[in-house]
Design a binder for this molecule. Structure first.
Ligand code: PRP
Length: 185
C-alpha cells in the first residue's frame, strides 16, 4: 500500500503505525490494571496528543472521561522561549479525580512541569502522565512520565499528532523530518 508517509519527501519513518499500536495497547493494559475499579479522566494537551488520546482511550476499559487543555510555549519561532502560558483550561473540575495527562512528547519538560503544578492545585485524587514519546536528552526540568511509549533521540519528529508548522499531524507513522534545521522536537 502506498501511504502519505512514503510519498512525502524528506520524511523517514522512525516508529511505524504497527509499533505505535502495539505500544499504545500495552500502555492501556497497564492503565487498566493500575486503575482497576476506578474512574479516570484523560486530559489531552492540545493539539499534539489528539491521536494518541483517541487510540489510547479506545483501549481503556475503565469508566473514562476526556477533557482538554491548551498551552502555548514556543511563540512563533523554532527555539523555545522557555515560557509556558495557559491558553485553554479544562472544562470540568479535577478535584478528587484520577487524572492522567496525555501528551505526545516529553521534551524539555517545561510544559508538563507547568501542567502538573497547575493540576495539583486542583487537588486531584491522583495525577499521572502518559507521554507517547520521551526525549530525555533534551530535558531541562526533572520530570518523567508514569507511562511512556518510546524513548527517542534528539531528532525532529512529526506525524501521529505532531506537526511542523501545523503540517504532518495526520501521518499515521512517527517520522523524522529531515533537514528541519534547529528545532526543539
Ligand atoms: C509540544 C508537545 C508538548 C510540548 C513538549 O507541543 O505537544 O506539549 O511541545 O515540549 P516540552 O517538554 O519541551 O515542553 P507544541 O508546543 O509543539 O504544540 P502542539 O501540541 O499544538 O503541536
Amino acid at each position: 500500500m502506498t501511504t502519505a508517509t512514503q510519498t512525502t519527501s524528506g520524511l523517514r519513518v522512525m516508529i511505524s503505525r504497527d509499533e505505535i499500536a502495539k505500544r499504545v495497547h500495552e500502555i492501556a493494559q497497564q492503565i487498566n490494571k493500575d486503575y482497576a475499579g476506578e474512574k479516570v479522566v484523560l486530559v489531552g494537551v492540545l493539539k499534539g496528543s489528539c491521536l494518541f488520546l483517541s487510540d489510547l482511550a479506545r483501549q481503556i476499559a475503565l469508566d473514562t472521561t476526556f477533557d482538554f487543555i491548551s498551552v502555548s510555549s514556543y511563540g512563533q519561532g523554532k527555539i523555545s522561549s522557555g515560557e509556558v502560558k495557559l491558553a485553554k483550561d479544562v472544562d470540568t473540575p479535577l478535584q478528587g479525580r484520577n487524572v492522567i495527562i496525555v501528551e505526545d512528547i516529553l521534551d524539555t519538560g517545561l510544559t508538563l512541569t507547568y501542567l502538573t503544578k497547575l493540576m495539583e492545585a486542583s487537588q486531584p485524587k491522583s495525577l499521572k502522565i502518559a507521554a507517547l514519546l520521551d526525549k530525555p536528552s533534551r530535558r531541562l526540568k526533572p520530570i518523567q512520565a508514569d507511562y511512556f511509549g518510546f524513548k527517542i533521540p534528539d531528532e525532529f519528529v512529526v506525524g501521529y499528532g505532531m506537526d511542523y508548522a501545523e503540517r504532518y499531524r495526520n501521518l499515521p507513522d512517527i517520522c523524522v523530518l529531515e533537514n528541519a534545521g534547529e528545532t526543539e522536537r
